[in-house]
Design a protein around this ligand. Structure first.
Ligand SMILES: CC(C)(COP(=O)(O)OP(=O)(O)OC[C@H]1O[C@@H](n2cnc3c(N)ncnc32)[C@H](O)[C@@H]1OP(=O)(O)O)[C@@H](O)C(=O)NCCC(=O)NCCS
Length: 273
């Protein structure tokens, strides 16, 4: 692990967060996917907007800020009331990915993708292109998550646990691993709510979720995490391609995989679809 620095303030501010992000290795023009926990900071002067402004300050006019705006729009079991149909203009992500993405998605100029459970919001000159596609295949190489890897993005964890690392599921999709499942979801259409099938849902069990947090150990052992401390929280930064490479290496060592899956795994670590 490299890049460790300590910055201590009683209340985190926009400028203090920006300073910590620069120390961490976030650069102007980066493509940055942010997983966050506001409460982990202790107190932030200005709340979620101050965090978003700090991110935009550091990324500058050429950067692309991306946040997961995941929703609970699955088809509910018959015994419970139906989930809200997904509407990119209105459906909240607060329950699943927090107040920072939920504040970000409502800002002027922010674009949101159409996947009913795993949407992202993006802001920047290429935001329209970034959020396009992938409406029914969750980690579609031609959708936002595939683009995040191909555009050489960085995943930032603002106090969020590394288990919230959505990017590793992109590797699972590319490898054709058996962890991804089909689900039905609800979407809002012009003629009312409708049910759709989505593939590649990351609900299955995989080796690095076992033992309560193996995923963090896997990335830490591989030496691909940079981190800084700020107030009461820790900010961690990983390259998307490093996440894919290490996930592929880890999975190819898994005894549970067939040799065909291992071969696909190894090539997925180096060949970008
Ligand atoms: C689930 C998760 C979002 C919960 O984190 P959290 O800090 O409790 O929740 P939020 O980020 O929504 O922040 C809201 C909380 O911040 C606190 N808060 C409010 N104002 C604040 C301020 N100015 N400064 C600091 N904290 C503040 C409050 O406790 C608030 O919770 P409350 O409204 O219920 O009282 C987080 O643990 C997580 O997993 N983040 C990653 C999500 C993700 O990206 N997932 C993708 C893969 S599954």
């Amino acid at each position: 692990m490299d890049g460790i620095r300590q910055t201590t303030r009683s209340t985190a501010t926009r400028d203090g967060i920006a300073e910590a992000l620069r120390a961490l290795g976030v650069w102007p023009g980066d493509v940055l996917l942010v997983h966050s926990s506001l409460s982990s900071f202790g107190r932030v002067d200005g709340g979620p907007d101050a965090v978003i402004d700090a991110l935009l300050d550091v990324l500058g006019p050429d950067g692309l800020l991306v946040m997961p705006t995941f929703t609970n729009c699955r088809v509910a079991p018959a015994t419970t009331s139906p989930a809200e149909p997904y509407d990119p203009a209105t459906t909240s992500c607060r329950d699943r990915t927090g107040i920072i993405p939920d504040t970000f998605r409502r800002r002027n100029g922010v674009k949101r993708s159409l996947h009913p459970t795993h949407s992202v919001a993006a802001c920047g000159p290429r935001a329209d292109e970034f959020v396009a596609g992938g409406e029914r295949r969750t980690f579609d190489p031609a959708g936002p998550f595939g683009r995040f890897v191909r555009w050489n993005g960085k995943a930032l964890f603002l106090g969020a646990r590394l288990g919230a690392n959505t990017t590793m599921h992109v590797a699972e999709d590319w490898m054709g691993l058996p962890f991804l499942t089909r689900e039905k979801a609800r979407v809002q259409t012009e003629s009312g709510p409708a049910e759709v099938v989505v593939t590649g849902q990351p609900s299955g069990c995989r080796s690095y979720y076992g033992g309560g947090g193996v995923v963090a150990d896997v990335f830490e052992r591989a030496g691909i995490i940079r981190q800084v401390s700020l107030n009461e929280t820790v900010l961690r930064l990983l390259s998307a391609r490093e996440i894919i490479r290490v996930t592929c290496e880890h999975e190819s060592a898994s005894r549970a995989l067939s040799s065909a899956a291992k071969r696909r795994t190894i090539s997925a670590g180096t060949d970008w679809p």
